[in-house]
Design a protein around this ligand. Structure first.
Ligand SMILES: [Zn+2]
Length: 455
């Protein structure tokens, strides 16, 4: 009993403080060796942040020496890209604090309650164009809300906030919802009003709040199932009941960042969304926003690639990435996860296609590019000054996808977003000379990246 109280006091004590990353370093590891990547995932004190042609990791001071030895043993090269992560976190916190205001804005990262309040405000101010729905509750009993925009017979789903530390994803989903509602209000007879959108900005509110207040790099939910102690949380994007725990990049260790959970759909967040997707057969496109890497990923995450028309997925993905490029000049690489990042099982995108029968399903990795994330400020800490630009480019992509669905079902002439007023309004935020130079630099980086990935 005494030991239990001591342990409880210890864990409560630890959880009350903001996690300190002083002298934690960011490393860029040059490997595609699966044994090495598995070992990194399962090493306590090492947090895998991204896997592309390089593996980005966060390393606790106490394991730095041991990790160097391990990498040396495997003959793997690495760079230490940032020495003291806490300095980056402090910078971000002061930026967010400086921009906070009493009303909801798109120049700062907001807490979950503030997002829900704003969605409520939208549904009060524009009742003809949107409705707020609660589809379940998180492990810590937060409402899982989504905003339904429009009331047409064919729907597009967009979600964000799956992984807690990817703050730009919920901010972008909020931006898209806001812009869609206001665009429909301004043009009620617009052809796109024949569609419907379900936008769920925050899939994992418990994890997000934990990242906001306790640990900036938290990724998972905050659940604790029997046998998990002292660890918390399941990776929401490994918990889906399609090829669950059947491949790489999933772990059955509760300490792991990619813990798949004790069973499929163990997480109330996953269960609630799965039920919604199954019950709403009008959903034709599933888009899940993540960060980072600037990638538009089409089927499949799992090794099984036999069940879909990849060509159609690719063609619509190409249109979406071109719309992004026309809007902001940013390049998003299009491809299958197995080629661009890594194969994984139990992912929502695969479940949406294979089980819910949704025709098009994508996972989008938002800004920045992997290189900028690794070598500049850490990728998950995208400056809040980029929320509006990221929102605009993704709004253009969602419009492009929406037109595709509209044209598929419409008897009338095919409509193009390129001549449409909503698109033109969006394109007002168009490519500056500075962005054009950025494109050239990024193109060179991306070609280098692709060459490395396939080698
Ligand atoms: Zn993610």
């Amino acid at each position: 009993m005494y030991t239990t109280i001591l342990l409880l006091t210890y864990f409560i004590g630890v959880s009350m403080e903001y996690r300190d990353y002083t002298n934690y370093s960011a490393w860029s590891i040059n490997t595609s060796n699966r044994d090495v990547i598995h070992r990194l995932h399962d090493t306590e004190g090492v947090t895998v942040l991204s896997v592309t042609s390089q593996v980005g990791v966060l390393v606790a001071p106490k394991v730095q020496h041991k990790l160097k030895q391990t990498l040396h043993q495997y003959d793997v090269a690495y760079d230490v890209t940032t020495d003291n992560i806490q300095e980056e976190i402090n910078k971000e916190r002061s930026q967010v604090r400086a921009k906070r205001s009493t009303s909801f804005t798109f120049n700062s990262y907001h807490e979950y309650d503030e997002m829900v309040d704003y969605l409520e405000e939208l549904s009060r101010d524009y009742p003809h164009y949107c409705t707020l729905l609660t589809i379940g509750h998180s492990y810590e009993n937060r409402s899982l809300v989504l905003i339904q925009i429009g009331d047409g017979p064919h729907a597009v789903w967009v979600d964000g906030g799956v992984h807690a530390r990817e703050w730009i994803a919920p901010a972008t989903a909020m931006y898209i919802a806001d812009k869609l509602v206001k665009s429909l209000h301004d043009a009620p007879h617009h052809p796109l009003s024949s569609l419907k959108w379900y936008i769920m900005p925050m899939v994992n509110p418990d994890g997000y709040q934990y990242s906001y207040h306790k640990d900036r790099f938290w990724r998972k939910t905050r659940s604790q199932h029997p046998g998990m102690a002292p660890y918390y949380g399941v990776d929401v994007n490994r918990n889906w009941d399609y090829q669950w725990m059947m491949g790489d990049a999933s772990s059955n260790l509760s300490s792991s960042e990619i813990y798949a959970g004790p069973e499929p759909h163990s997480e109330p967040e996953v269960k609630a969304i799965a039920e919604f997707l199954l019950n709403n057969t009008d959903i034709e496109v599933y888009i899940s926003l993540h960060s980072y890497g600037q990638m538009w990923l089409h089927a499949w995450w799992s090794a099984d690639q036999s069940k879909s028309d990849i060509e159609e997925q690719y063609v619509l993905g190409l249109k979406a990435t071109q719309a992004i490029n026309r809007t902001s000049g940013k390049l998003y690489i299009l491809g299958a996860p197995g080629k661009l990042v890594y194969a994984a099982s139990g992912c929502s995108q695969d479940w949406a296609m294979a089980v819910a029968g949704i025709q098009y399903a994508y996972t989008v990795e938002l800004r920045p590019t992997w290189e900028l994330g690794a070598h500049g400020m850490m990728g998950f800490m995208l400056s809040p000054s980029e929320i509006v630009e990221t929102g605009n480019e993704m709004f253009a992509a969602v419009l492009e996808v929406s037109y595709h669905i509209h044209n598929k079902w419409s008897d009338g002439p095919e409509l193009s977003p390129h001549t449409d007023w909503i698109y033109r309004q969006n394109a007002a935020n168009c490519i500056s000379l500075c962005n054009r130079l950025t494109i050239i630099v990024l193109l060179l980086q991306i070609y280098k990246n692709i060459l490395n990935t396939y080698s």
